[in-house]
Every structure is written in C-alpha cells, then in structure tokens.
Write a protein that binds this ligand. Structure first.
Ligand SMILES: *Cc1c(COP(=O)(O)O)cnc(C)c1O
Length: 395
C-alpha cells in the first residue's frame, strides 16, 4: 500500500456565485451547519423537523400536511414526486421547452409511465392552448411543467390556467419549482398545484442536500393506494411517511446538518416575508436586466416571461462564451454559466437567487462582464450598464 496521502487543509476560493445554482450561502446558514449533531430520532430533532415542515409550508404557500425535505438534491425531490405519483401504465404529459422537461420524461419512463409531450421551443413558455390540445388528444393522468426553466431563463406564466385544464381532465399536476421557490411568486394552494418539488441551493441559498417537496391529500391518496411498490426504496413516500408523519420511526438517517441549514435558510425567508422576497428578486434582478440591456446585450426571453432568478443573456457577436466564463472566474472569482442543449453557445446564464440577489453582486457582475467582453474586443458600455442598474435600484 502507498503512504497516507498528504492533502492540504481545505481552502476553497471565495467565489461570487451568479450561475444557475448553487447561489451564495448566507453566513447564518453556514453557521447553523457548524452546530453539533444530534441523532435523527432525538426529541430535539423531532422539533426541528416540525419547524422545517412549518417553514416549508409557509414558503410553498400551502397547508399541505405532506410537506417535507427529501434527502438529496433537487433531482431527489423531483424523482420522489414523479417516481411515486407515476404508476406503471400511467401517462404523463411533459414539456419540451427546456432541459428539465427532458429530465421529467426520463424519470417518468423509469417509473414505468408512458410519456407524451406538449411542445414549445427552448426559450418560450407553454401555451395553454397547446396544453389543452395535448390533454384532448392524449388524456394524460399526470401533467408536469417547469415553473422556472433554469436552462432557458423562462418563467411559465398562467399557472392557474394550466392547472384548471389538467383538473378538468382529472389529472394531477406536478410543478418543478427548483429555481422559483423562495425567489419568484409561487402559490401551491391558490394555484391548485397537486405536487411541487424544489431544491435548496437556488433561491433558498442553502447548500444542496435536503430538498423541498409538497403533495396535497389528493396526490398522497394516489401514492398510498398504488398497486405496485414505488421502484425506489429510498424515495418511497409511503415509507418516508413513517419518519416524517406521526410515527417518527427510522427509515434512513436524515442529513441532519442539511436539515439545520434548510431550517436557517427558511427562517431567513420567513423573517424577510415571502412576498417581500419575491419583490426583492424582481427589483434586484430587474436592475441586472436593465444593466445588461444598457450595456448593449440582449435578453433571450421576452419580457412577458422573463425569469428574475435566472437571466439568459444572448452571447454577443464576436464573443466566445467559454472564454468569457473562464475570464470571469479567473479574474473576478465570479461564476456564471453557459447555455445547455438547444441554447449551447448562444446564451450566458446569470443567476440572481436568494442571498446572491443583492445590489453589490449585481454591480460587480455588470462591471466584470463588461470588462470580460471588452477584453474580447466586443464593444459594450459598462458605464451605461452601471448607471441603468443604479437608477433601477434607487427605484
Ligand atoms: C437545478 C434544477 C433541478 C435539479 O436539481 P439538482 O439539485 O441539480 O439535483 C431540477 N429542475 C430545475 C428547474 C433546476 O434548475
């Protein structure tokens, strides 16, 4: 055997995170993560679980009893939602207008479902008329949509209209709120969404590890009356009910520290007020958008469905997206991301999420981006960008 590896103490770089997630974590959340562990069945942890559930209900705007943090990242809560709701033989309708609709499709297929699609180009939302037509044609049992499409910077408007269409066909609605929860208006109960899942490291500014999920009684009744067991043991909600429901009995060891972190991140949401938090994202990301446009760049999504938490900006002629992104990381310790799939090479993805959605980050981003483009010989106006953002922030 070789000698023990000589590895340096951990000193990660101090980045400013303005990509598609994770976002900058609030110092209070980091502090919560360095508090002592208790056991996952400790009476004090049971209280913490209850508090997290209460705070999650507030953040989702729901009274659903079935509101929990799923162990794992956003994809775990996504798979818990789809894997439990979709039974073999069920048909699920999913969107084609972004990367995460494609992931819904993969998960529904693995759950044994038939998948049908409602089409819209990458960079546009679903049209309710197309959803209606897809329902009339396919009569799906479950309809999934992405409220905030992180791959395209598109916010899905008209959610109540979509849920009405689904419910008039007796279908269940699953919403991906990974990049909207805690940053963009979302109302699970008022909008009649049956199941919504999210992630902690986007607008909640919490490290990844415990991911919000909520189901109403109607959806949970379907899950609890499945004929065939859910294919995942780990994410089986009928088993997780034993831990997060009344019994509080062992299923798997909860990621204690991630639950602490989520509790603190949600406490910050409650202190700020959920509606005030939505307003802050609109205001601060609005300044980012004004700045980017004043610089001479173009947003990818039309204003009507611009997503404040994820700004998709067209890569200008003469710029190489990869070079700009590397320059920002190397010169400024600033993270943004490139496009995915159909938009690969066409857009920058600039997050404005949670704790990262603040005037300091936006100003830093605009000045750094102007410099990065200038360094590539692209003619942009950094001063105009900063003036436009400042004017917007002053209100
Ligand atoms: C990030 C993201 C996910 C997946 O979350 P992970 O934490 O990466 O597993 C799902 N849906 C959307 C819209 C996302 O942005």
């Amino acid at each position: 055997m070789s000698d023990a590896p000589d590895v340096d103490e951990l000193t990660p770089p101090q980045r400013t995170l303005m990509g598609p997630g994770p976002s900058d974590v609030h110092p209070r959340v980091l502090r919560a993560m360095s508090t002592p562990l208790v056991g996952h069945l400790d009476p004090s942890f049971i209280d913490i679980m209850n508090e997290v559930q209460e705070l999650l209900r507030y953040t989702f705007r729901t009274d659903n009893q079935w509101t929990i943090p799923v162990s794992g990242t956003g994809s775990a809560s996504m798979e818990a939602a789809i894997g439990n709701l979709v039974e073999p033989g069920d048909t699920m309708l999913v969107p084609t207008n972004g990367y995460f609709g494609g992931r819904m499709k993969s998960m529904a297929e693995r759950a044994g479902g038939e998948v049908v699609e409602v089409e819209a180009p990458w960079g546009e939302p679903l049209d309710p008329a197309d959803v209606q037509a897809a329902f009339d044609e396919h009569q799906p049992d479950i309809f999934g949509f992405v409220h905030a499409e992180t791959s395209t910077g598109v916010l899905q408007p008209n959610v109540p209209e979509l849920t009405d269409i689904a419910h008039s066909h007796d279908a269940y609605v699953v919403a991906d709120t990974v990049t909207s929860l805690g940053g963009v208006e979302f109302r699970a109960d008022e909008w009649d969404v049956d199941v919504a899942y999210s992630g902690p490291q986007k607008c909640l500014s919490c490290p990844p590890g415990a991911s919000p999920l909520t189901l109403n009684d109607r959806a949970m009744d379907k899950v609890l009356s499945r004929e065939e067991l859910t294919r995942s043991w780990y994410l089986d909600l009928s088993l997780l009910e034993g831990y997060w429901g009344d019994d509080r009995s062992y299923h798997h060891t909860a990621p204690i520290t991630n639950v602490y972190a989520l509790r603190e991140a949600l406490r910050l949401v409650a202190e700020e007020g959920i509606e005030e938090r939505w307003d802050r994202h609109l205001r601060v990301a609005g300044a980012l958008k004004s700045g980017v446009e004043a610089m001479g760049l173009e947003m990818n999504a039309a204003d009507d469905y611009w997503l404040p938490s994820l700004n998709a900006v067209r890569v200008p002629d003469g710029a190489d997206d990869g070079e700009v992104i590397s320059y920002l990381l190397e010169q400024y310790d600033l993270e943004i991301a490139s496009g995915l799939g159909d938009l690969d090479g066409d857009i920058f993805r600039i997050g404005c999420m949670g704790h990262s959605a603040n005037p300091k980050n936006v100003t830093y981003l605009l000045a750094s981006l102007a410099d990065a483009l200038d360094a590539q010989g692209v003619d942009v106006d950094g001063d105009e960008a900063l003036d436009a953002a400042a004017a917007q922030l002053r209100g």
